[in-house]
Design a protein around this ligand. Structure first.
Ligand SMILES: [Zn+2]
Length: 414
């Protein structure tokens, strides 16, 4: 049988999408388990909820453990609340550990929480620094000690052994869309010319500082979503940047009350036209006195739901978005053409950044390859054929493609 190499090009996003977005919400000030769960039901289902009919997206959430008693947190809620949290971790809908909390000051606090997760077969892979929590991992912005060996709050070795591999250490950009050439024009608001010009100037200053060697803003210069790095104890992780493209700056509109000013038609048009990825920085538990999303927020989420249904923006959890970006970058692709057609062989065992841990099979969900003839194309992952391959009609590039199916997470009832 004669074989020859053939070239295939990987699409930037799962077919037919033009961009990817993960809402990355810190749970600060969420009133209680009921509010937390209703937020999740509203975002992830189409059922009737306390916030109105759900919008049917795929949106994750975060959790922490040791917090003052007036805030929803794992140790503060009751057993039913803890059960709910564990169920949502196992379904993939709670995917971020938002530090161990303000009151977690020692390694034993971290160990107690990790033991609880392990006891219930729960694993979190994304870490997001919180406020000025002592267990934070970021030093320059978040003043953390969690990765400082010898410090009472040192826990990074335990936390990375648990499974954390993606960390956020305080970096936020106003640029909407990472992984593409940054554009700032979308930040200008004709109704707020001074404020929005100031936001643009600040972002330019960060980029300039980065070019002058500032480590703090290095990620801003490259406009990359994630980079392999090491914590201060040497633990290998990926660091990611979050975005809040509000005209008033990264610290405006970053709550449930402000998200309606962010998720606008202009936001969606810019994201899809530029073809970027976005991990959106927000706090959806900060709902205000009504304890529900206001009309503007609901309209924003509905707009996002339409963009998802139309195949424009793939909305998913931070963990899944980060995994997809890593897979697109690191998976090894080999092709072989023979009389029967084209084989695309994917290999996750020989990746570029082995320190970051292996890609999981689900990280390959949605990977899409442009091919001349989808009908005679087959794909393998680590030697095993993908039996439910999607064969796609031409997208707006005019090319046909094949995809590993993108599976939606199943939201656990009720
Ligand atoms: Zn926080």
């Amino acid at each position: 049988m004669s074989q020859q190499q053939a070239r295939v090009q990987m699409a930037r996003f799962p077919h037919p999408f033009h961009a990817m977005l993960a809402i990355c919400s810190d749970l600060d000030e969420t009133a209680d388990a009921h509010v937390y769960f209703e937020i999740m039901r509203f975002l992830n289902t189409t059922r009737a909820t306390a916030m109105g009919p759900g919008v049917g997206l795929e949106v994750g959430n975060s959790i922490y453990f040791d917090m003052p008693p007036d805030q929803f947190a794992y140790w503060n809620t009751d057993e039913a609340g803890r059960q709910m949290v564990r169920t949502l971790i196992r379904s993939g809908h709670i995917d971020c550990l938002h530090s161990y909390g303000d009151l977690a000051t020692t390694r034993n606090h971290a160990r107690r929480s990790l033991d609880e997760l392990a006891k219930h077969d729960c694993r979190l892979e994304v870490w997001v620094d919180h406020g000025t929590a002592p267990t934070n991992l970021g030093l320059d912005i978040m003043q953390g000690h969690g990765d400082e060996p010898g410090h009472p709050a040192y826990h990074a070795d335990l936390t990375v052994a648990h499974g954390i591999r993606y960390v956020w250490r305080g970096r936020v950009t106003s640029v909407l869309g990472q992984g593409v050439r940054p554009r700032l024009g979308h930040l200008f608001s004709a109704r707020h010319p001074l404020w929005s010009s100031r936001t643009i100037a600040k972002e330019c200053a960060k980029r300039l500082l980065a070019r002058c060697g500032s480590a703090k803003y290095a990620m801003h210069a490259a406009n990359e979503l994630l980079r392999p790095t090491r914590l201060r104890d040497g633990s290998p992780v990926y660091e990611f940047i979050r975005s809040n493209p509000h005209w008033g700056g990264v610290s405006r509109g970053e709550t449930a009350q402000g998200i309606g000013e962010v998720l606008t038609d202009g936001f969606l048009d810019h994201l899809t036209a530029n073809g970027g990825v976005c991990v959106l920085y927000t706090h959806l538990g900060k709902l205000g006195p009504r304890a529900a999303f206001d009309a503007r927020a609901v309209a924003g989420f509905q707009r996002l739901g339409e963009a998802f249904q139309q195949g424009r923006v793939l909305v998913t959890t931070p963990r899944r978005l980060l995994g997809h970006c890593r897979a697109a970058r690191e998976v090894a692709v080999h092709t072989a053409q023979n009389e029967g057609g084209l084989w695309v062989h994917l290999d996750t065992t020989a990746m570029a950044c082995p320190d970051g841990g292996r890609l999981s099979r689900s990280d390959l969900d949605g990977l899409t390859f442009y091919v001349v003839n989808p009908g005679v194309t087959r794909v393998t992952v680590n030697g095993r054929e993908v039996t439910d391959l999607s064969r796609n009609p031409p997208d707006d590039t005019g090319s046909e493609s094949v995809s590993i199916p993108w599976r939606r997470l199943e939201f656990p009832c009720p």
